[in-house]
Design a protein around this ligand. Structure first.
Ligand code: NAD
Length: 251
């Protein structure tokens, strides 16, 4: 019997694929048999990961730059799976969010999904496997989170783009989004270092406590869902949003 959730022969590209959720996703897709393009602004980390994985290649990509995306795209012979994962955070309510920070978040988290998806669309549409896009959103796109004005804004937009693309290309593509709660990655460690250097353990405990399961998610738990959504087993799923948040948004 055929092993489920296999991606043999498919080519995937993971933006921000060198760290955290992107890194776990690159690993999982290679494990599933796919060839993975690890597209990251941090080329050194992407190269190190690619050489440890084998069936993968690092490609330099700044998702905010159309030129950088173009240069990366020219290297791809085919593409069946796109994971729009690169993203950054920001802490602040509306009163303390600077316009430059708001623009930066929109550029990295939202405009990037537009630019990367638009450039890679012809390859995805040409995929004999039917192209799959998985956008990494966040629970922040579904519920309000205090002190995350810009971040919630951008993740809401990612979910809206997911639904719009699914409606625009219902027969040609599948487009889904995953909405993680707080996941143990360098993203969260960076936040703790920057904003709570003297009370990291206290804040870490608060982050755990707001998720009913009482712990942070693991990047591999998100990566498994990316693999599933990219597989033939998920062939009737498009325009859907999947929370992976230890029960946070059920409350
Ligand atoms: P991370 O910081 O560990 O990794 C992000 C990666 O993106 C890094 O490799 C970084 O070099 C890359 N990157 C940053 N800017 C880039 C750019 N302009 N162009 C190309 N690559 C760029 O972060 P993570 O926690 O793995 O987060 C990945 C995604 O998951 C983000 O979209 C984030 O918003 C989302 N997310 C994270 C959490 C969490 O708790 N960690 C929760 C929900 C959603």
């Amino acid at each position: 019997m055929r092993e489920p959730f296999r991606l043999d022969g498919l080519h995937a590209l993971v933006t921000g694929g060198a760290s955290g959720i992107g890194e776990a996703t690159s690993r999982e897709l290679v494990r599933a048999g796919a060839f993975v393009w690890i597209a990251d602004i941090n080329l050194t980390a992407a190269k190190a990961l690619a050489s440890s994985l084998g069936n993968a290649q690092a490609v330099s990509m700044d998702v905010t730059s159309a030129q950088s995306i173009e240069e990366a795209a020219l290297q791809l012979p085919q593409l069946d799976i796109l994971v729009n994962n690169a993203g950054i955070g920001h802490v602040g309510g509306i009163a303390t969010t600077q316009a430059e920070d708001f623009d930066r978040l929109l550029n990295v988290n939202v405009r990037s999904v537009f630019l990367v998806t638009q450039r890679l669309l012809p390859l995805l549409l040409a995929s004999p496997a039917k192209g799959s896009i998985v956008n990494i959103g966040s629970v922040a796109g579904m519920i309000g989170i205090r002190q995350r004005f810009a971040y919630c804004t951008t993740k809401g937009a990612v979910l809206a783009m997911t639904r719009q693309l699914a409606v625009e290309y219902p027969k040609e593509l599948r487009v889904n989004a995953i909405c993680p709660g707080t996941v143990e990655t360098p993203f969260v460690e960076g936040y703790l270092d920057k904003y709570h250097a003297h009370e990291k353990e206290k804040i870490r405990e608060e982050l755990r406590a707001r998720q009913p399961m009482g712990r942070l998610g693991q990047p591999e738990e998100v990566a498994s869902m990316v693999r599933y959504l990219s597989s033939r087993e998920a062939s009737f799923i498009s325009g859907s949003l999947f929370t992976i948040d230890g029960g946070w948004t059920a409350a």
